[in-house]
Design a protein around this ligand. Structure first.
Ligand code: 6GU
Length: 245
């Protein structure tokens, strides 16, 4: 997987991505990141990349030309037309299934906007996917791009040490993950749930499933509607929550 990130703040994206698991994945060559500084593609002597919006209004708008040229500089290295993700609160909300689908691509371009927006003409020309990371407003697309690259990276084979963990966790089945514990057995008077120390595998699995159901019912009842629940699950929820069906 090779990520290209078109941005005015390349060091922010590089610093974030070169940390922790994604950093190690890049060292191992499992993923690659190339940042492209949009400012390198200005033609005016003040290196200006933004201007006032036609029609008036607050803030500045990123100009089409440097964005288009930055995009072209990446395309020149590729053999086929890449998907271009524009990070915008006006996009489709990012979710795990979208990450899984994007992880199938060999390369992805992320376009990070700043200021009040980007000239619509260049967006119409190059963007294939408009994506938001949630219903709140950020100052720029860099953090959302990093969120997406992080999420997609961990789906690339070999990036996570153990390939099972990408599968069993939150959202895989529209259920939140169960609680985890490690040593010591007692911390400030709080004990690890007995069943986890029992060595009884089936009971551990049952407890974890139930904890996932309880958590999802409590924090994300919207997910529960989409989860595939068996008769036992439904029975358990009926007996242990006050939620009306
Ligand atoms: Cl992708 N960009 C910005 N600026 N704000 C956001 C967002 C994206 N997603 C949620 N808020």
């Amino acid at each position: 997987m090779k990520f290209y990130c078109l941005t005015l703040f390349p060091e922010m994206v590089r610093n974030g991505m070169h940390t922790s698991i994604t950093g190690r994945a890049m060292e191992k060559g499992l993923i690659e990141l190339e940042t492209v500084n949009i400012r390198d593609f200005t033609t005016n002597k003040h290196l200006k990349v933004d201007d006032y919006p036609y029609g008036g209004g607050a803030g500045l708008v990123m100009q089409a030309e440097p964005v288009y040229k930055a995009y072209e500089s990446v395309c020149a290295k590729l053999t086929k037309k890449p998907r271009v993700v524009f990070l915008t609160p006006c996009g489709k909300t990012f979710h795990q299934k979208m990450a899984k689908e994007l992880a199938q691509e060999e390369e992805l371009i992320f376009l990070c906007g700043h200021y009040e927006g980007v000239d619509e003409r260049v967006l119409e020309m190059i963007v294939t996917d408009n994506v938001s990371i949630g219903d709140y407003v950020l100052t720029g697309g860099e953090l959302p791009a990093m969120v997406m690259m992080d999420c997609i990276s961990r789906l690339v084979p070999g990036v996570l040490g153990n390939d099972v963990s990408a599968d069993t966790e939150s959202f895989q089945e529209n259920l939140l993950e169960y609680p985890q514990y490690t040593r010591p057995e007692e911390f400030m008077g709080q004990k690890v749930p007995e069943v986890l120390l029992s060595g009884h595998h089936a009971n551990v699995e049952k407890w974890r499933r139930e904890q996932s159901l309880l958590r999802t019912a409590k924090y994300r009842p919207d997910l529960l509607e989409k989860a595939e629940l068996c008769a036992k699950d439904l029975q358990f929820l009926q007996n242990n929550t006050c939620k009306q069906e």
